[in-house]
Design a protein around this ligand. Structure first.
Ligand code: ATP
Length: 462
């Protein structure tokens, strides 16, 4: 099925408690969103799936949570203070401000040019100012006195926290090369381009890993290092298809050209997704060589090396960095999962076909109707399941409408308690309930004693 348009997802996300525009009662706040009760669960589940694949299931990667507020020298060494800039232009007639690269990419609408080929304002064709460089880091102040010494920055990425802890991790965890350090935290960028929902926001969450490798003997010919980099590109692509469930037809790899690469980089590949407006980056996998460790060693005066027992020398590891956007992946997860199809009666139903590991609510307990006889048993089932999975209990409106509601939030399974379960008119009940599957809409009756096992099987063990 083709991906839905963005408005459909934005409206479902709001209606069903996934994502709300920030500060709506004050008229909103550009490029900022709040995650609702289901959005926060979905976000946690995606992060957890990443952490599992990157840290728990591997024996060569460990985790970290570095302070967001840190010494500003970190951002000097990383190059962000000097170079984390975008070129901005203003329209001389309507005074709207644009990012030059986004203007050229047509992100603001039709690309307009004058007869000489110079770019013009996409709104009114007005003349544009010369580009000015604008740093995307948010600056703030630590302590009461606003002077140069109190300047601090909100982190525009999570990677630097890993580099500056390199030595701490090596000495405390006794790691051997190659090994990785993974971190998932919030990042901030002063984005001036109108965002497309949570695709581009001021505050967003990233999932990054620095994989420290043995440096090549020949800098010009780092074949072994490049093969680790290529393996990570494939591994990350696999994660999106096999773990998150993204259609491979809407994913592609885009290798950066020589001109796009920074001077220190040995290669970068973007994992791109076909958004409703075209291809866009989901994750960048970068071969960053020894650039960051060398920069931090130089500026801090503290050598950041690894003692290689095989060669008996101190070396500066080379790094492969898969840097993914958690909140951007969440937007893609919703786009991918959204399906419209006929229900049991042939009416249209909206289903979020989220993988069970990602779905916020795993199971809903639904008494067939709002009835005093059904409620105690249904509540008992709900109590039984709640410690195991995020479950919902719902007894209002018809059972069909309640199925629709669960379909729309992507709940993989519903458990229905009916009069056969509890017994009627003096007859004993059969102590069995109905499991209804979201995708097939199939219903099977299972004895209550085997319910947890039956659900666990269908949830793929999650
Ligand atoms: P873009 O070109 O789209 O601005 P980028 O190349 O600057 O992205 P990176 O610095 O490589 O992005 O960051 C890694 C990942 O973080 C991106 O692939 C994306 O998923 C996510 N990301 C970056 N900026 C934002 C943002 N403003 N809002 C949401 N996610 C973001």
């Amino acid at each position: 099925m083709p991906a839905p348009d963005l408005d459909t997802i934005v409206s479902l996300a709001k209606r069903r408690g996934f994502i709300f525009p920030a500060a709506e009662i004050y008229g909103g706040f550009a490029n900022a969103y709040d995650y609702g009760p289901l959005g926060v669960e979905l976000k946690r589940n995606i992060r957890e799936a990443w952490w599992r694949s990157m840290v728990r299931e591997r024996d060569d990667v460990v985790g970290l949570d570095a302070s967001l507020m840190t010494n500003p020298q970190v951002w000097v060494a990383s190059g962000h203070v000097a170079n984390f800039t975008d070129p901005l232009v203003d329209c001389k007639s309507c005074h709207q401000r644009f990012r030059l690269d986004h203007l050229e990419e047509g992100i603001y609408g039709e690309v307009r040019r004058d007869a000489s080929g110079a770019l013009r304002c996409p709104n009114d064709g007005g003349e544009l100012t010369e580009p000015r460089q604008f740093n995307m880091m948010f600056k703030t102040q630590v302590g009461p006195v606003p002077d140069e010494a109190s300047v601090a920055y909100l982190p525009p990425e999570t990677a630097q926290g890993i580099f500056i802890n390199f030595e701490n991790v090596v000495s405390s965890m006794r790691r051997k090369l190659p090994f990785g350090v993974a971190q998932s935290r919030v990042s901030f960028r002063n984005e001036i381009t109108p965002g497309r929902f949570v695709f581009r926001t001021l505050e967003f969450e990233q999932m990054e890993m620095e994989y420290f490798c043995r440096p090549p003997k020949d800098r010009a010919n780092p074949e072994e290092y490049l093969s680790l980099y290529r393996a990570w590109v494939q591994e990350r692509l696999r994660w999106y298809t096999d773990v998150i469930g993204i259609d491979p037809a809407r994913l592609r790899l885009r290798e950066h050209t020589r001109e796009e690469l920074s001077h220190y980089s040995a290669g970068t590949t973007d994992i791109e997704y076909l958004f409703p407006w075209g291809w866009g980056e989901l994750e960048g996998v970068a071969a960053r060589t020894d650039f960051d460790l060398t920069q931090h060693a130089q500026l801090s005066g503290h050598p950041l090396t690894y003692f290689d027992e095989e060669t008996n020398e101190h070396v500066v590891p080379w790094v492969v960095e898969p840097a993914a956007g958690l909140t951007r992946t969440l937007a893609v997860t919703l786009l991918e999962a959204y399906t419209e199809e006929p229900d049991e009666k042939g009416d249209n139903r909206v289903v979020l076909k989220l993988r069970p590991n990602i779905a916020p609510v795993k199971v809903a307990v639904l008494p067939l109707s709002k009835n005093e006889k059904l409620r105690p048993t249904a509540r008992r089932v709900y109590d039984l399941l709640r410690p195991l999975w995020l479950a919902q209990y719902d007894e209002t409106q018809s059972i069909g409408r309640r199925y629709r509601r669960q379909d729309e939030i992507g709940t993989p399974l519903c458990v229905t308690v009916d009069f056969q379960t509890v017994g009627e008119e003096g007859q004993p009940g059969d102590d069995a309930v109905t499991i209804r599957e979201r995708d097939s809409q199939a219903q099977v009756r299972v004895p209550m004693a085997g319910l947890v096992e039956a659900l666990r099987d269908r949830l793929g063990g999650c």
